[in-house]
Ligand binder design. Structure first.
Ligand SMILES: NC(=O)c1ccc[n+]([C@@H]2O[C@H](COP(=O)([O-])OP(=O)(O)OC[C@H]3O[C@@H](n4cnc5c(N)ncnc54)[C@H](O)[C@@H]3O)[C@@H](O)[C@H]2O)c1
Length: 327
């Protein structure tokens, strides 16, 4: 038998999208697997550790005949393999252990994220970057400064995860399907994040009509401590299934030009009265990246919570700037 008419892959008229995940640890490897499974494009998984991204990538590729997805997954330590990625997810860095706050990671992770970003810009100058590494608000600031990319092309993942946690707790409390529950968490990705019960609902019915003030405040508190709850249980690292699912929801919205409205850490240019800081706000995510910020009308107490959260973000950014890594 002779095969004919087979076009080499790099001559394809409709090439697949290319997605790079930097960091092949818990979040990175899970995100790469989900991206391949959802056929978002060909996936490159990069890490400084020899063999780990290669082994995990091969393992993922070998799952494709069973799960039935068409995506190449390549593990590497070489940024040349990431060249011309459409989208890059940065998960490289250290994660929290019990007793650590996200902010304790700053000094180590700022150097890693600055280095990774510079290499990404060199090899994929037209890419869109989503940062996952913590402390998120400081790391996405680092990626923005080092890349020099416009705000459409650099954003952070936090709000999708925090809102998903809140949705899970609401669904559990009311014993209803998660599909019918929406929730919104804004602000920085720290203890001062801002869950918004007024903008959370079950099949359109606002949360304050379904639960008491105390029940809502317990859910908000558990949401803000959602990451710490998992760190306490795992003892050796932090959450990764939900974080990976969250960043892949953002990646899918961009790579498939879905025009989703999702809460993301976005660089604000006057929205919510905030200038030149990343904050978690509802954004439109589509083929152009972070295509716009949606400004909600907040009550006085919600605004106060946003500005309190902003002061923690500012504190983190000051720490980044005083380290001198970005000069
Ligand atoms: N934004 C969020 O909501 C959120 C949620 C969960 C985790 N996180 C953060 O994501 C990061 C990753 O978490 P994890 O659980 O996957 O950690 P992990 O320790 O399992 O993996 C981190 C990986 O990064 C790699 N790495 C370190 N330096 C690197 C470099 N210079 N280049 C490439 N790779 C490098 C490590 O070798 C390791 O494999 C942590 O900072 C964590 O706090 C953020």
């Amino acid at each position: 038998m002779r095969w004919s008419g087979i076009v080499p892959h790099d001559n394809a008229y409709f090439p697949r999208k290319k997605l790079t995940v930097v960091g092949s640890g818990n979040v990175g490897a899970t995100a790469a697997f989900l991206a391949a499974y959802k056929e978002l494009g060909d996936v490159v998984l990069l890490d400084v550790m020899d063999g780990v991204p290669q082994g995990k990538a091969l393992d993922m590729y070998e799952a494709s005949p069973i799960l039935g997805y068409d995506a190449n997954v390549k593990g590497t330590q070489d940024y040349a393999d990431t060249a011309n990625s459409d989208l890059v997810i940065i998960t490289a860095g250290i994660a929290r252990k019990p007793g650590m706050s996200r902010d304790d990671l700053l000094a180590t992770n700022v150097k890693i994220v600055a280095d990774v970003t510079a290499k990404i810009v060199e090899h994929s100058p037209h890419s869109i970057i989503i940062v996952v590494t913590n402390p998120l608000d400081a790391m996405v600031y680092t990626a923005k400064k080092v890349s020099g990319f416009c705000r459409k092309r650099v954003m952070g993942m936090a709000g999708v995860l925090d809102s998903a946690r809140m949705r899970s707790f609401i669904a559990e409390k009311l014993d209803v399907s998660i599909s019918d529950v929406s929730a919104l968490v804004l602000g920085g990705h720290g203890d001062g994040m801002v869950p918004l019960p007024r903008y959370s609902a079950v099949s359109g019915v606002p949360l304050p009509e379904l639960l008491s003030e105390k029940e809502i405040s317990d859910i908000c508190e558990r949401t803000a401590q959602g990451g710490a709850e998992i760190v306490q249980l795992l003892k050796t690292g932090s959450a990764f299934y939900a974080p990976a699912a969250a960043v892949i929801e953002m990646a899918e919205a961009i790579l498939k030009d879905q025009n989703r409205i999702l809460p993301c850490a976005a660089w604000l240019e006057g929205e919510y009265g905030i200038n030149n800081y990343f904050m978690g706000v509802p954004c439109k995510l589509g083929g152009g990246g972070m295509e716009g910020v949606i400004e909600l009308d907040l009550t006085e107490s919600e605004k106060t919570a946003m500005y309190t959260s902003l002061s923690s973000v500012k504190e983190l950014v000051n720490q980044v700037n005083t380290l001198g890594v970005l000069e």
